[in-house]
Design a protein around this ligand. Structure first.
Ligand code: NAD
Ligand code: TYD
Length: 339
C-alpha cells in the first residue's frame, strides 16, 4: 500500500514514519511536509534512505502540489498530521492556523475525493472538547462530548474535524478521526512543555510555569499514539471518531518536578510566569471505545516514557541545540522575555 503521511517531519508524524517504515517494509510511506519552523529533516535522517520511504516538500494548502503528488503516487491511505500545533503561537498569530489546519485539510480531502482512496485519517486532538473543571475528577472526554473550543488552535482543529465529517457524510469519503491527549517523547519541538523544561535546564535557564502550575494534562508516550493510529487505519470503522489517552493525568507542576528530579536539578529553577490567555484547565480522555473496539491499551507507563524521553534529549543534543540556536531565540524572547 502507498500511505501518505503529512507533517512527517514534525514530532508525532516523524515518530509515525519511523514506526511504519519499520513495521511494514512492504508498504511505501510517502511523507509530505512543508518544513515550517516545526519541520526538521534531521527527524527523518534515520529513514531517509529506506527503500519504502519517500519525502516530498509541499504545503498541504497548495492544491496544485498536492494533486500532483496524488496523481503520481496513487495513495491508498492518507494520514493527516500536518498542522500548526502550538497553542501559544495560535494566540499571538491565529491566521496561519486557519490556513494550514482548515484550508490544508480541505485540500487533502478534495484530493482524496478526486483521486480515490481507501481511507483518510484525520489526526485531531482532545483540545476540541475544550476543558474540564479541576474539581470534577469524575469527568472525562468521550467521543460524545460536545465540541467546545478555547484557543485559535483548537478552534481550527475542530473546524477541520467538522469538514472531515461533512466529506464523510456528503461524499461518502471513507474517513476516521482520532483525538489524542498530550504526547511526549523523542523529536518533540522544544517550544512544548516537556522538551522546553529539558532544554532550558540543560542550558541552566529557568523553567517557566504558567499561572500556578495546577492545570492538568493527560500524557501519552508518542509510540502509543502511533500504534493507535495504525490500528484505526487498518481496523477502525469508517465514519467513527476514536479518543486516545492512557489515564495519565498530571498537573504541570508534577511534570516539571519529575523532569527536574530526573536531571538531578533543583526545584529552585521553577519560575512562575503570567498565565496563558484562556488557559484550558484540565484535559482527560476516556479511551473505552478504542480499547473495546480495537483492543488498544497504552504500552508505556509515564515513569518509563519520561525516562526514555529525558535520555533521548541527553543523547541527541545536536538535534535540539540546532533548533534552539536559530529563530527559536527570537520566539523565546517574544514569548517569555517580559512575562
Ligand atoms: P509539530 O508542530 O511537531 O509538527 C507539525 C508538522 O507539520 C511539521 O513538520 C510542519 O513542518 C508540518 N506542517 C505545518 N504546516 C504545514 C503545511 N501547511 N503543509 C505541510 N506540512 C506542514 O506537531 P505535532 O505535535 O507532531 O502534531 C501533529 C498532529 O497531531 C497535529 O495535527 C496536532 O494537532 C495533533 N496532536 C498533537 C498532540 C501533541 O501533544 N503534540 C496531541 C494530540 C494531537
Ligand atoms: P503545551 O506543551 O504547550 O501543550 P498544550 O497547551 O497543547 O497542552 O503545554 C502543556 C501545559 O504546560 C499547558 O497547560 C501549558 C503549560 N506550559 C507552561 O506552564 N510553561 C511553558 O513554558 C509551556 C510551553 C507550557
Amino acid at each position: 500500500m502507498n500511505i501518505i503521511v503529512t507533517g512527517g517531519a514534525g514530532f508525532i508524524g516523524g515518530n509515525f514514519c519511523h514506526y511504519m517504515t519499520e513495521k511494514y517494509p512492504e508498504d511505501t510511506i510517502l511523507c509530505i511536509d512543508k518544513l515550517t519552523y516545526a519541520g526538521n529533516m534531521e527527524t527523518l535522517a534515520l529513514i531517509m534512505d529506506k527503500p519504502n520511504f519517500k519525502f516530498f516538500q509541499a504545503d498541504i494548502a497548495d492544491r496544485e502540489s498536492i494533486n500532483k503528488i496524488f496523481e503520481e503516487e496513487k495513495p491508498d491511505i492518507v494520514v493527516n498530521f500536518a498542522a500548526e500545533s502550538h497553542v501559544d503561537r495560535s494566540i499571538t498569530d491565529p491566521e496561519v492556523f486557519l490556513r494550514t489546519n482548515i484550508i490544508g485539510t480541505s485540500v487533502m480531502l478534495d484530493a482524496c475525493r478526486a483521486y480515490g482512496i481507501k481511507r483518510y485519517h484525520q489526526v485531531s486532538t482532545d483540545e476540541v472538547y475544550g476543558d474540564l473543571p479541576l474539581d470534577r475528577p469524575d469527568l472525562f472526554f468521550t467521543e460524545e462530548t460536545p465540541i467546545h473550543t478555547s484557543s485559535p488552535y483548537s478552534a481550527s482543529k475542530a473546524a477541520a474535524d467538522l469538514l472531515v465529517q461533512a466529506y464523510a457524510r456528503t461524499y461518502h469519503l471513507p474517513c476516521t478521526i482520532s483525538r489524542c491527549s498530550n504526547n511526549y517523547g523523542p523529536y518533540q519541538f522544544p517550544e512544548k512543555l516537556i522538551p522546553l523544561i529539558i532544554s532550558n535546564v540543560l542550558n541552566d535557564k529557568k523553567v517557566p510555569v504558567y499561572g500556578n502550575g495546577e492545570n492538568v494534562r493527560d500524557w501519552l508516550y508518542v509510540d502509543d499514539h502511533c500504534i493507535a493510529i495504525d490500528l484505526i487505519i487498518r481496523k477502525g470503522t469508517v465514519g467513527e471518531v476514536y479518543n486516545i489517552g492512557g489515564h495519565n493525568e498530571k498537573t504541570n507542576l508534577e511534570v516539571v518536578k519529575t523532569v527536574l528530579a530526573k536531571l538531578g536539578k533543583s526545584e529552585e529553577l521553577i519560575s512562575y510566569v503570567a498565565d496563558r490567555l484562556g488557559h484550558d484547565r484540565r484535559y482527560a480522555i476516556d479511551p473505552t471505545k478504542i480499547h473495546k473496539e480495537l483492543g488498544w491499551l497504552p504500552t508505556t507507563t509515564f515513569e518509563t516514557g519520561i525516562q526514555k524521553t529525558v535520555d533521548w534529549y541527553l543523547n541527541n543534543r545536536t538535534w535540539w541545540e540546532n533548533i534552539i540556536s536559530g529563530e527559536y531565540i527570537d520566539y523565546y524572547e517574544k514569548m517569555y522575555g517580559n512575562r
